[in-house]
Write a protein that binds this ligand. Structure first.
Ligand SMILES: Cc1cc2nc3c(=O)[nH]c(=O)nc-3n(C[C@H](O)[C@H](O)[C@H](O)COP(=O)(O)OP(=O)(O)OC[C@H]3O[C@@H](n4cnc5c(N)ncnc54)[C@H](O)[C@@H]3O)c2cc1C
Ligand SMILES: NC(=O)c1ccc[n+]([C@@H]2O[C@H](COP(=O)([O-])OP(=O)(O)OC[C@H]3O[C@@H](n4cnc5c(N)ncnc54)[C@H](O)[C@@H]3O)[C@@H](O)[C@H]2O)c1
Length: 454
């Protein structure tokens, strides 16, 4: 049996970063990845990077909105090709980086626990080997949730995000089930390419997590791009009608049917512990199937940690990376843990992008804070005019008693860069006036923070 200082199960963001760091510090490391199409994990291969490549291509394509559908189709096919080139290049880079580390061995196969120190690896060809590790790190990510809707499974017109990004033919009509991150990003991408997009959101309110004024602006902008919404719609059935799908849905009591050439299921992702045999190692799962961890990401078994989506928290690549920091901190004598993680921002890459950090107005008021609300229409930002997209709304929530920033919601061009500045100001506990008088370069979207926080 091969012995290692550390075994990492899953080539995700936290796991690969840890494997590289441990290897560089002289530890022997086994990295186990079940698919040779997934070196580098979800983000590189089927998540953030390919979807953002399509966001970019679709933004260019949207400029050709009056072109005929065949031209749009050709542009889309080229965008899928570019996405494949990019992911293949990054997959290889990710593999080579670990493989080139003399202390790290990459195993291609499904990892599952045999005991608290032993992991079995089963390759696609059914070859089995057993590895033993002094420390084991679980980084197996998450997997899409497919709701129990009649006709969804084994329907040739139904896709998950991964499959849709490999579809070479642009669907004329795209139905999306789920109006969350993936649903909205894909709605924006495919509307930009020229598909007729309808989003079915089961919840009675659009973007219930966000303030109503921000949600309304986002909906208005997506509708202006051609996206139709069915909010509070229960999808009952997705039928295979031979050359297209028929989506049957109910709103209030009436049932309707919509034809679609492709149907995307984007109804959330759950921690992936399938086939891991966690119980064999004494690793407990939560009732929702996540690996149970404490603030130091220790599982219920000694010397076994878990990082990333599999622990059931926020599902972002940068959270998985921060999980690595927590684990590395313990291994190297530090004291960083999840309780010290501050102000995690997020961005939804729609058009324009929406980014948020901290509390929104509703949450701040519910928390009993004395709130001062600052707003700025994106149309007031010179750079938004230069970019010919003066669409959106910026909003900040400040504690009127202390002048501290409680949160910011930026719905405008390049908000995914600007939000990191606000996060830093919040982390440093700066008064909001610091951003109001910060010297920013011009013309940039960031300088709008001067006006927002004036
Ligand atoms: C379409 C889409 C777009 C996204 N866009 C963004 C974005 O813009 N920004 C952002 O921050 N996040 C985004 N996310 C979320 C982000 O991709 C995930 O949060 C992140 O990749 C999770 O990383 P991880 O480290 O938990 O594991 P993952 O990267 O998911 O890696 C887990 C790996 O483990 C492997 N594995 C699983 N089980 C086993 C096993 N038993 N044995 C061996 N290997 C196994 C899997 O094959 C996989 O490669 C997006 C996700 C999707 C699906
Ligand atoms: N930009 C980013 O950072 C980014 C981009 C894409 C994905 N992600 C990550 O991936 C995760 C998964 O994304 P997601 O969009 O699948 O999940 P999500 O949780 O963001 O959204 C799922 C949506 O589907 C709806 N829904 C659930 N069941 C339904 C049904 N039967 N019919 C209609 N609607 C239904 C929910 O109400 C919810 O609005 C996210 O939590 C996010 O962390 C991040």
């Amino acid at each position: 049996m091969k012995q290692y200082d550390a075994i990492v199960i899953g080539f995700g963001k936290g796991g690969k970063t840890l494997a590289g760091k441990l290897g560089a510090s002289g530890k022997t490391v086994a990295m186990i990845e079940k698919s040779d199409r997934m070196y580098g994990g979800t983000c590189i291969n089927v998540g953030c990077i390919p979807s953002k490549s399509l966001v970019r291509s679709s933004g260019i394509s949207h400029g050709h909105r009056n072109a005929d559908f065949e031209k749009k189709q050709a542009f889309y096919a080229a965008a899928i090709e570019e996405k494949r080139r990019l992911t293949a290049m990054l997959r290889k880079k990710n593999f080579d980086k670990l493989d080139g580390n003399p202390n790290v061995t990459v195993f291609n196969g499904m990892g599952s626990f045999l005991s608290p120190t032993q992991v079995q690896v089963v390759s696609d060809r059914g070859e089995t080997l057993v590895l033993e590790g002094k420390q084991i790190f679980i980084n197996t990510g998450s997997t899409p949730v497919v709701p129990p809707i009649e006709g969804l499974r084994e329907n040739p017109f139904v896709y998950l995000s991964e499959g849709l990004m490999d579809l070479e033919k642009l669907p004329r009509r795209l139905a999306i089930i789920g109006g969350g991150y993936i649903g909205l990003e894909f709605a924006s991408i495919y509307a930009g390419f020229g598909s007729q997009v309808t989003v079915f959101e089961g919840a009675p309110v659009f973007l219930p997590r966000e303030d109503a004024d921000i949600a309304a602006e986002i909906k208005k902008a997506l509708e202006a791009k051609g996206v139709a919404f069915q909010i509070g719609a229960a999808v009952k059935k997705v039928a295979d009608a031979g050359d297209h799908a028929e989506v049957t849905f109910a709103r209030e009591s009436a049932e309707e049917t919509l034809a679609a050439d492709a149907v995307l299921v984007a109804t959330g992702r759950r921690p992936n512990t399938d086939g891991l045999n966690a119980a064999e190692a004494g690793v407990e799962l939560t009732p929702r199937g996540a690996v149970k961890v404490d603030e130091k990401l220790r599982t219920t078994a000694p010397n076994i940690w878990a990082m990333g989506d599999v622990v059931g928290g926020l599902q972002f690549t940068y959270v998985s990376l921060d999980d690595f920091r927590i684990v590395w901190s313990q291994l190297s004598g530090g004291d960083y843990d999840a309780a010290r993680r501050k102000n995690v921002p997020y961005s939804v890459f729609i058009d324009p992008s929406f980014s948020r950090v901290g509390l929104n107005e509703r949450e701040a008021r519910e928390a009993g804070r004395n709130v001062k609300v600052l707003t700025l229409p994106a149309a007031a930002i010179p750079k938004a005019q230069v970019l010919k997209h003066p669409v959106g709304l910026l909003k900040a929530v400040v504690d009127a008693d202390t002048n501290k920033i409680l949160g910011a919601m930026l719905f405008c061009e390049e908000s995914y860069e600007m939000i990191n500045i606000v996060k830093l100001a919040m982390d440093l506990d700066a008064d909001y006036t610091v951003l109001g008088r910060q010297v920013f370069t011009h013309p940039t979207m960031s300088e709008a923070l001067n006006d927002l926080f004036a």
